[in-house]
Unconditional design. Structure first.
Length: 155
C-alpha cells in the first residue's frame, strides 16, 4: 500500500542549524514571558471576582437564613485576615458554615464602614447600612453594600 500523502522537510535533509534553534528558543521564551505575566494577572482578577461573588453569596444566604429560621444571623468579618464567619446570634460559638478565607482568593484587605459585625434580623433587614471595600492583590477594588432593608449589591 502506498501512501498518497508525502511529507517533505522544510529545511532539507540537514535539519536545523544551531543559530536557527537559538533564535526559535529566544522568540518562544520572549512570548512566554510576555504572555505569562498577562495570564497571571488574568488569573488574579478571576480569583478576586470569585471572592467578591462568594462574599455576596454569604451575605445573601445569611439574610435568607435569618428570615427562614426567624432569628437573627450575624456575619463576622475579620478585616485584617479577610475571613468571613456566619453564625446565629443565639449561638456565636458554632458557625453555621466553616469560615470563608477570602485571602486565599486574592483579597488583601476588607474595609467596613460599620465595624466587623453585620446583623440580619428575622425580617431580613440589616442592623446598619454597610459598605465593604475589598482590595485585591493588584490594587483592584470592589465595594459591596448592604442596605438597611438587607439588600446586598456590588459596584
Amino acid at each position: 500500500m502506498s501512501s498518497k500523502w508525502k511529507f517533505r522537510r522544510i529545511w532539507g535533509s540537514g535539519g536545523m542549524s544551531i543559530t536557527e534553534l537559538m533564535v526559535t528558543l529566544a522568540i518562544s521564551m520572549l512570548l512566554l514571558l510576555l504572555l505569562g505575566t498577562e495570564l497571571q494577572a488574568m488569573v488574579d482578577r478571576v480569583k478576586f471576582e470569585s471572592a467578591v461573588s462568594e462574599l455576596i453569596g454569604d451575605l445573601q444566604s445569611a439574610r435568607i437564613q435569618a428570615i427562614w429560621e426567624r432569628q437573627a444571623i450575624k456575619v463576622s468579618i475579620n478585616q485584617a485576615s479577610a475571613v468571613v464567619t456566619v453564625f446565629r446570634e443565639s449561638d456565636p460559638i458554632h458557625p453555621i458554615r466553616p469560615p470563608r478565607n477570602l485571602a486565599g482568593r486574592g483579597v488583601r484587605a476588607i474595609q467596613s464602614t460599620s465595624g466587623s459585625l453585620l446583623s440580619f434580623s428575622p425580617s431580613g433587614t440589616s442592623g446598619t447600612a454597610t459598605s465593604l471595600t475589598l482590595e485585591g492583590r493588584n490594587g483592584d477594588r470592589r465595594v459591596v453594600t448592604v442596605s438597611l432593608t438587607g439588600i446586598v449589591r456590588a459596584r
